[in-house]
Design a protein around this ligand. Sequence first.
Ligand code: URA
Length: 195
Amino acid sequence: MDGLDVTACERCPELCASRSRIVNGVGPTDADLLFVGEGPGANEDEQGEPFVGRSGTVLDDALREAGLKREDVRITNCVRCRPPENRDPTTGELDNCRAYLETEIERLDPELIITLGKVPSEHLLDRSVGVTNEAGELFDVRIGESAYRLLVSVHPAATLYDQRQTETFETAIANAAELAGIGESESGQSRLGEY
Ligand code: URA
């Protein structure tokens, strides 16, 4: 409970009917890094926490490799209710959940937002994104009233289907740690001002 939790929402009738629970973001509300996924899957719907299934294990491993701890970063999703059959959230569902995400971003005011996969990358950059090509790249983005730095990453699940994506994913997470000046390779200094 951090004041950012949505406890009741009926905006998306189809998601309300299929969800077990609303899955809110986790992690400190003053975290430097905010990871944004697409939406809860079956494990997240069951446990009520983002990225706790196989994708979560891949994310946790990459964080550890980069010298980061899951407890020190914030992890959330574009939509907070599991889409049935793990389909992508619709534009309407993304729009319905947007205010919750914007509030979370504004409250956190993170050094860096890392979008995990195509859906969150396109949602927050508001354009089509080739995640494999753009992974590890840094963009300026306006969200609500403020400007943020955003780093695109492939989705951790992509590494489960295609081993070649593992290096792309791990490099993006290592870049994120280095840019924010945290983790093992840290100089203790954020490098975001250089870009
Ligand atoms: N995939 C996502 O995009 N989010 C989760 O929370 C889990 C898997």
